[in-house]
Design a binder for this molecule. Structure first.
Ligand code: GAR
Length: 208
C-alpha cells in the first residue's frame, strides 16, 4: 500500500510541485493539499495533478484552534502517514502538533538552529553569513526546533548575493532535499535514536 502524504501550503507551491514530479506515484501518494489561503497558487498545481485540494483559512473558522481541529479531521479522514509543511506560513497549534506527532515534516530556508521563524533568508543576508542552506525537520511545539532529518549548505563566499539569487538557490536545494527526506521516511529509513529522541538515524543508500 502506498505511503500517504498530505502537503500544507500558503503560496506558490514549488516544493509541492517538486514532490508531485518526483515522489508522487508508486510507493508514495500525495493524497491531499491544504492551503491556509484560497489564493495560494499551489492549489492549482494540486488540481492539475488530480490531487484533492482544500482551503483551511483561520478567517473561515472561529479561531486558530477551530481551524486546526477541522484541518486535523480532514487529514485523518485522508488516512495520512505524513503531513509535509511546504511553505506553510502559519504556526500550527499544540493540539494539532500532538495529534500528528512525528508525522509532521517542515522545510525551512536556513541551516537551523540559525534563523528560525519568518524571513529566514532576509535574516541570514542581514547577518552577513557566508554559508547558507536548507533544513528538513520534524515539527515539534517550538518554532523550527524539531529533530533534523536532512540539511544541505551552500556558499555565499566570497560575494554576498541579492535576495532573488539566493531564493533561487534555496529553491534548487529544497526541491531535491524535501523529496529525498519524504522518500527516506516512506521507506522507513529514518529512525529515532533510542537514547535521545532529538537525534535521528538516517539510513541512506545514496552517497552525498
Ligand atoms: C520555501 O522556500 C520554504 O522553505 C519557505 O517558503 C518557501 C515556499 O516556497 N518556508 C518558510 O519560510 C517556512 N518558515 P514554495 O511555496 O514555492 O514551495
Amino acid at each position: 500500500m502506498a505511503f500517504r502524504v498530505a502537503v500544507l501550503i500558503s503560496g506558490e507551491g514549488t516544493n509541492l510541485q517538486a514532490l508531485l514530479d518526483t515522489v508522487h506515484g508508486d510507493s508514495v501518494e500525495i493524497v491531499g493539499v491544504a492551503a491556509s489561503r484560497a489564493e495560494a497558487r499551489g492549489l492549482d498545481r494540486a488540481r492539475a495533478a488530480g490531487v484533492e485540494a482544500a482551503v483551511f483559512a483561520i478567517a473561515d473558522h472561529e479561531d486558530r484552534a477551530a481551524r486546526d481541529r477541522a484541518l486535523g479531521d480532514w487529514l485523518e479522514a485522508l488516512g495520512v502517514d505524513l503531513v509535509v509543511l511546504a511553505g506553510f506560513m502559519e504556526l500550527l497549534g499544540p493540539e494539532l502538533i500532538a495529534r500528528f506527532e512525528r508525522r509532521l515534516l517542515n522545510v525551512h530556508p536556513s541551516l537551523l538552529p540559525a534563523f528560525s521563524g519568518i524571513g529566514a533568508i532576509e535574516q541570514a543576508l542581514a547577518y552577513g553569513v557566508k554559508v547558507m542552506g536548507v533544513t528538513v525537520h520534524f515539527v515539534d511545539d517550538g518554532v523550527d526546533t524539531g529533530p533534523v532529518v536532512l540539511q544541505e549548505s551552500f556558499s555565499l563566499f566570497p560575494y554576498p548575493r541579492g535576495i532573488a539569487e539566493v531564493e533561487e538557490r534555496v529553491h534548487e536545494v529544497e526541491h531535491r532535499l524535501l523529496p529525498r527526506a519524504v522518500k527516506l521516511i516512506a521507506e522507513g529509513r529514518v529512525q529515532t535514536d533510542p537514547g535521545n529522541p532529538r537525534l535521528l538515524r538516517i539510513e541512506d543508500g545514496e552517497r552525498d
